[in-house]
Design a protein around this ligand. Structure first.
Ligand SMILES: Cc1ncc(COP(=O)(O)O)c(C=O)c1O
Length: 366
């Protein structure tokens, strides 16, 4: 079986270095808010080209805490894409704010800037562009609109570590950015992890307190914060993997190029890099589209190839958000009905790419 993502193989090249790093932490006896976190925060801020990085427990908390730190809450609205992983929406509703869905562009699957302006109201406080599947959203248009209406831009960069947009790295393109280090991400930890990056020093200070019970000074609580920290073991492991992130992304880019140039099937729409810079996509996922998605998925599985769907149900159709189930977002619904993610990782081999492509090219709709 060619599995969708083999994390053991992904981490194998770093295993020795990571084991040493983890052992170092165990031996040091300091497990939270220590040197490893400080060093990872400095290194990741540097990598993204920003002044501050604040490690947190996961990507959802990163988004949640940014929204809280900006004092966005009940009565406020945040504009975001109608086709995203549920965490983007959860971060807004967890703060009591209202998500305003905007349909994506069908070529990039990212929020369509041309549809944003008409959704802005006097209650709008921020836009959350999601760099979905690893491709940077159309940030020049989004930031231009945000500036015109004095809105914060909060990047959801959970899927796009290292993507470069017009010369700047994702994580430096808005007011603040949220990253996830979930193990399957382009920069993945050995468990949950997340971070905020920003150039805003006031925000950074507040986030350092918010992730730690709302306290800068032990037992002195300035804010109603939470416990959401990136632990020393995760930080130590991430420091190792960060060194190899560009190389890992290059491997993904080559794999994507292989799929793009070798898949030939009139039933299938291949993903495209929309920005003319190939670095603007780090191929977290390689997502094809076909009217015969479920059949193709079974066809491939019968031939030993595992694929996944990102995502089968759009946020507004989720049971958790029954208040929006009656709404209609036809572009999102079409995407959710037709997308299929092919195996993709920094460990995928030429042989696997060859076999997957061959099988896809023999597929005919029935
Ligand atoms: C687009 C997007 N936003 C947010 C998250 C939340 O990150 P986490 O799983 O670390 O909470 C994820 C990943 O899971 C994601 O893909």
């Amino acid at each position: 079986l060619i599995s969708f993502l083999d994390l053991k193989k992904v981490n194998e090249p770093y295993e020795e270095e990571m084991t040493e790093a983890v052992n170092r932490v165990i031996h040091k006896g300091w497990y939270l808010l220590g040197d490893e976190l400080q060093m990872f925060e400095d290194e990741f801020a540097d990598y993204c080209g920003v002044r501050h990085c604040i490690g947190v427990a996961n990507g959802l908390d990163a988004l949640k805490l940014i929204i809280q730190a900006y004092d966005i809450g009940p009565g406020d609205e945040i504009i975001l894409p109608s086709n995203t992983f549920i965490a983007t929406i959860l971060s807004v509703t967890a703060n009591g704010a209202t998500p305003i869905f905007v349909e994506p562009d069908i070529l990039s699957y990212n929020i369509d800037p041309a549809r944003i302006e008409r959704m802005i109201s006097s209650r709008t406080k921020a836009i959350i562009p999601v760099h979905l599947y690893g491709q940077a959203a159309n940030m020049s248009q989004i930031t231009a609109i945000a500036q015109m209406y004095n809105l914060k831009v909060i990047e959801d960069a959970a899927q796009a570590h290292g993507a470069v947009y017009n010369g700047n790295t994702v994580g430096s393109l808005g007011d603040a950015s949220a990253f996830s280090f979930y193990p399957g991400k382009n920069l993945g930890a050995l468990g949950d992890g997340g971070a905020v990056t920003t150039n805003d020093s006031v925000l950074a200070m507040k986030l350092r307190a918010l992730r730690n019970y709302g306290s800068h000074l032990k037992y002195h609580n300035q804010f109603k914060g939470m416990n959401s920290r990136l632990d020393e073991i995760q930080a130590a492991a991430l420091r190792i993997k960060l060194k190899y992130l560009n190389e890992a992304n290059r491997h993904r880019r080559n794999a994507a190029l292989y799929y793009q140039s070798n898949i030939q099937n009139h039933n299938i729409i291949l993903p495209e890099v929309i920005n003319n810079d190939e670095l603007s996509h780090v191929w977290h996922l390689f997502v094809i589209r076909t009217k015969h998605r479920d059949q193709l998925q079974s066809f491939l599985l019968e031939r030993g190839i595992q694929t996944l769907i990102h995502y089968p149900i759009p946020p507004h159709k989720q049971t958790a958000y029954s208040e929006w189930n009656h709404l209609s977002y036809p572009i999102s619904e079409k995407i959710h009905d037709e997308v299929l993610s092919l195996p993709m990782s920094s460990a995928i081999t030429e042989d696997e790419l060859f076999r997957i492509t061959e099988e896809i090219n023999t597929y005919n709709e029935h």
